[in-house]
Design a protein around this ligand. Structure first.
Ligand code: SF4
Length: 407
């Protein structure tokens, strides 16, 4: 067992050309789809048999951060064939990809499939940090064990960390628009504490308004802290720590919502301290990542054209996917499904209701007439799962992948 004085592991280059060549080939086998590539090129395909048109958003599926993370995990298996490999938690928010990673021999250190505790690890072990990053305290613990890291933290997540650390150094409290229990937000929050700063996570406009009201009018500290239990730093005191605030966001939020959160907080600061003093009390930096933005923009564009329904494919705990579903819901019948298995048939589809956090079933979901179905997928959804959904749709309309490819 390694001790707290374990020596620092040496840096290992995982991106050797010979390794990456093998990785690319394996990743293609696991996640690629010719059918999806074809649809990506054409934008939409109409199958006369079955009278179905399938449209795909211009940007969808795996983002650069997820691709890099998967590449590095696969590379680690090849570079460290004789070592035990672990991952801190889900590699991405997609059950199929997590199963794949587990089947390849990477053990989970948290969640239902946990195989070991960080305390059990030694300097002979390799630990993969997922694209969401990890909390500073966990990283320090792994360092003290001397474990070899494979750090796949996305650069866009690290930009948020940088911003939050800057706020902390300037005695500005970070107000993080995100979900307090999301891995990325937990990692981001920990960056504020590491620099002796404070943070408060808000997820909804209702929560934002509570914060705004406290900024303007003050209030009952105890009930405020109770309302935000689990979403603020230790020792957070709203009477002190809401005097100078900086807004940052989880990278996968909806841009319009994040802008509204910062607008409301800025307005509250203006009301409390006066317009001329805003700069002394308020900071804002848009930290939504490019991939999230591209997927939201592409869907917004697709939604301007007529469609009968939208299928959004991705893991139910995926933040960016749930925002895509939210966009669709406001315009047309939208079904958020994790894979083709959720399509029971013409009779019913099981889909995720993110507002009740429950799976629901909708009957007679696919109109019998000639139909146009829009498709998009979150940043953690591989193309092979999108292909499965396309094939299922075609099958239900009496068509096939072969006909689709010919169309
Ligand atoms: S969704 Fe954005 S921040 Fe997250 S891994 Fe992908 S590119 Fe990086």
């Amino acid at each position: 067992m390694a001790t707290d004085t374990a020596s620092k592991p040496k840096r290992v280059n995982l991106r050797r050309p010979d390794i990456m060549e093998q990785v690319k080939a394996q990743v293609m086998t696991h996640y690629r789809s010719d059918l999806v590539d074809r649809l990506r090129t054409k934008g939409k395909v109409t199958c006369p048999i079955g009278k179905i048109t399938i449209k795909l958003a211009k940007e969808f599926g795996f983002c650069y951060g997820v691709e890099r993370c998967i590449d590095l995990a696969y590379a680690a298996l090849k570079v460290f064939p004789d070592k035990k490999l672990y991952i801190l938690g889900e590699i991405i928010h997609n059950p199929e990809v997590n199963d794949q990673i587990r089947d390849m021999g990477i053990g989970f250190l948290s969640g239902p499939n946990k195989v070991a505790d960080i305390d059990d690890l030694t300097q002979d072990d390799v630990v993969i940090i997922p694209a969401f990053g990890t909390e500073v305290s966990i990283r320090e613990k792994l360092e003290s064990k001397g474990c070899q890291f494979v750090d796949t933290t996305c650069g866009d997540v690290m930009s948020v960390w940088k911003r939050v650390r800057t706020y902390a150094k300037e005695n500005v409290t970070s107000i993080i628009h995100g979900k307090a229990s999301h891995e990325e937000t937990m990692a981001t929050s920990s960056q504020a504490i590491a620099k002796n700063g404070h943070y408060l996570v808000v997820n909804t406009f209702e929560e934002t308004d509570i914060v705004c009201n406290y900024i303007i009018n003050g209030g009952d500290k105890t009930s405020f802290l109770r309302r935000f239990e689990g979403s603020h730093s230790e020792g957070f005191n709203p009477d002190i720590h809401l005097k100078a605030v900086g807004v940052a966001n989880q990278t996968t939020m909806m841009r319009g919502e994040t802008e509204e959160v910062q607008r409301r907080i800025r307005a509250a600061i203006e009301e409390r301290y006066g317009t001329v003093n805003v700069d002394a009390h308020f900071r804002f930096f848009d930290t939504i990542c490019g991939a999230t933005q591209d997927r939201q923009d592409a869907l917004a564009k697709m939604l301007k054209k007529p469609m009968d329904l939208l299928l959004v494919i991705g893991g139910y705990n995926s933040s960016n996917t749930s925002h895509l579903a939210e966009m669709g819901e406001s315009i047309l019948p939208t079904y958020f499904i994790k894979n083709a298995g959720e399509i029971n048939g013409l009779e019913s589809i099981r889909h995720w209701n993110q507002h009740s956090s429950k799976a629901e079933e909708t009957k007679k979901w696919l109109p019998e007439k000639s139909v146009t179905v829009g498709l998009t997928a979150g940043a953690s959804c591989p193309n092979n799962l999108i292909e499965d959904v396309i094939c299922r749709l075609l099958e239900l309309r009496g068509s096939s992948a072969e006909e689709f490819l010919r169309s």
